[in-house]
Design a protein around this ligand. Structure first.
Ligand code: S3P
Length: 172
C-alpha cells in the first residue's frame, strides 16, 4: 500500500463516516466518495425505497458490486454504509486497496446523530436506541475485527482527522 491508495471508513450508522471522510479528503487533497450516495444516484431512488421495493439483499448486492469497482481505483476517501462489514469479502477487498479505519461511537452519540434522519430503513419505527443497541450487538465482532479503530466520542472532528492522517502516513 502507498499514499496513492484509498482510505476506507467503516463503522455503524451515525459514527461520522461521511463528515470525517469529507474533512479528511480535504486535508489530504484526495477525492471523497460516499457509497450510499453513489448507490442512490445510480438507482435514482432513496435507500428507503430500495429496501422497501427490492429488499436488503438487493441493496447488499449493489454494495458488493461497488466495493469491487472501487477496490480497483485509488486516491479516494470512501465512506461506506454501516452494513459493509456484513460481507467479509468487502473488507478483504478494501484491505487490499488501502487503509481501512473503523469509526466508533456510543449508542447514545449515534442516536443523537440519527434521531431526526429518516433515511436509514433499519432504524425505522419503534425505539431507535434499542434498535441501535440490537444491531450493534450482532455487528460488534465484525467492527472489532478491523485493525484500525478510532473512537470518535471523545474527539473533535479535527482530532479524528489528525489521527487517521497519522495512520495513513504510517502505512504509506
Ligand atoms: C446501513 C447503513 C446506511 C445505509 C443503509 C444500511 C446499515 O449507511 O447503507 O441504510 O446496514 O448499517 P450509513 O452507515 O451511512 O448510515
Amino acid at each position: 500500500m502507498n499514499a496513492k491508495h484509498n482510505i476506507i471508513l467503516v463503522g455503524f450508522m451515525g459514527t461520522g463516516k461521511t463528515c470525517v471522510g469529507k474533512a479528511l479528503a480535504k486535508t489530504l487533497g484526495m477525492d471523497f466518495l460516499d457509497m450510499d450516495e453513489v448507490i442512490v444516484a445510480r438507482e435514482g431512488r432513496p435507500i428507503t425505497d430500495i429496501f422497501a421495493t427490492d429488499g436488503e439483499a438487493y441493496f447488499r448486492e449493489l454494495e458488493r458490486g461497488l466495493v469491487r469497482e472501487l477496490s480497483a481505483q485509488s486516491g479516494h476517501v470512501i465512506a461506506t454504509g454501516g452494513g459493509i462489514v456484513l460481507n467479509p469479502d468487502n473488507i478483504t477487498d478494501f484491505e487490499r486497496t488501502g487503509l481501512v479505519v473503523c469509526l466508533r461511537a456510543t449508542p447514545e452519540a449515534i442516536l443523537e446523530r440519527v434521531r431526526h434522519d429518516a433515511s436509514r430503513p433499519l432504524l425505522h419505527g419503534g425505539d431507535k436506541l434499542r434498535k441501535i443497541r440490537d444491531i450493534l450487538e450482532t455487528r460488534q465482532p465484525l467492527y472489532d475485527a478491523i485493525r484500525n479503530q478510532v473512537d470518535t466520542s471523545p474527539l473533535t472532528l479535527s482530532q479524528v482527522v489528525d489521527r487517521i492522517t497519522a495512520l495513513y502516513k504510517e502505512t504509506a
